[in-house]
Design a protein around this ligand. Structure first.
Ligand code: BDR
Ligand code: CA
Length: 298
């Protein structure tokens, strides 16, 4: 099993990633933390708890609420893509579980410092919590095996022509993370817009099990759509951890533009010291097969 910390903003594609992380026993989710992103942190935290309870993991996976706004930039949500609740489309029962009393950043620190081995952090929202963790508790850096993140792009953006949403939401946090010296695997739009879950597989989901029905209902409300096929952005982080051979990476020097018209753009070059391993290719068929198998196995 791989021990992981998950930092997310569920979010429909986050929900799909979380469904797999919570049920696939090759992963052990040590902590689930939330951040403002697709919707407010109150909503992303509720959604995280909803999914933890959906999979009966409330006694196993602790949830801690994190930053309610970016470090410097004004917060703006993506409710137009994920719905007002952040997970529109499925009626979840009332939440019974409480979050941890401490802030996500403190909870992350505690888990990392008390672990004998290094832990991988999977980050699929704005990087505000991670940047705060780096700045507040630098003693955790040697405890982090790697950061596997969904964010940025080598190509076109989705929130502006040049910027990807997670980086754009808190560009200063992303810049702190990229320049932290931590080992980073960046899985950006240039690959996640390739790894679409096919229209046919989305149709099949409803026939598999209750998880398939729940995800299908969310996907039907997910405005990120390419002729009926849907990008599963955040799910690629777990696909990478499960099946790294399905990706090709190249090392780049990546930094983030934090102002002006290119705000939130990830600039990548090969001429200077390399700090980020960037995904440049993904096996789309293997992604679809893996995803469907994981849902069937739930
Ligand atoms: C990213 O932005 C969010 O809306 C998604 O959940 C994903 O993490 C894609 O750009
Ligand atoms: Ca996300």
């Amino acid at each position: 099993t791989q021990k992981i910390l998950l930092d997310m903003d569920p979010g429909i594609d986050d929900a799909a990633a979380l469904s797999i992380a919570l049920t696939d026993d090759t992963f052990q989710v040590m902590l689930l933390t939330t951040v403002a992103g697709n919707v407010s942190v109150d909503k992303t935290t509720k959604n995280a708890l909803r999914l933890v309870e959906f999979f009966n993991q409330e006694k196993v996976v602790p949830v801690a609420a994190g930053a309610s706004a970016p470090l410097i930039k004004k917060y703006a949500d993506a409710a137009d893509v994920h719905g007002e609740s952040g997970m529109d489309g499925w009626q979840f029962p009332d939440i019974k579980t409480d979050v941890l009393p401490e802030h996500a950043v403190v909870a992350m620190r505690n888990v990392l410092m008390s672990s004998p081995e290094k832990i991988t952090i999977v980050a699929t929202g704005a990087f505000t919590n991670i940047a705060l963790l780096i700045r507040m508790y630098p003693e955790v850096l040697p405890k982090i095996a790697q950061i596997v993140l969904m964010g940025g792009t080598l190509g076109k953006g989705n929130i502006t022509n040049v910027a990807e949403f997670n980086v754009f939401t808190d560009p200063h946090a992303a810049q702190i993370l990229f320049t932290s010296g931590l080992p980073i695997k960046m899985i950006g739009l240039n690959v996640t817009l390739q790894a679409l879950l096919s229209k046919e597989n989305i149709r099949k989901l409803g026939e598999i099990n209750q998880t398939g029905q729940m995800l299908q209902a969310l996907f039907n409300h997910y405005a990120d759509d390419q002729n009926g096929a849907k990008p599963m952005h955040d799910v690629n982080t777990l696909f990478y951890l499960s099946q790294p051979e399905s990706f090709v990476f190249e090392d780049y020097h990546v930094e983030v533009i934090t102002e002006g018209p290119a705000n939130g753009a990830t600039v990548a070059n090969k001429e200077t010291d390399k700090n980020v391993s960037v995904a440049i290719k993904v096996d789309v068929e293997a992604f679809n097969d893996w995803f469907m198998k994981k849902i069937i196995a739930i």
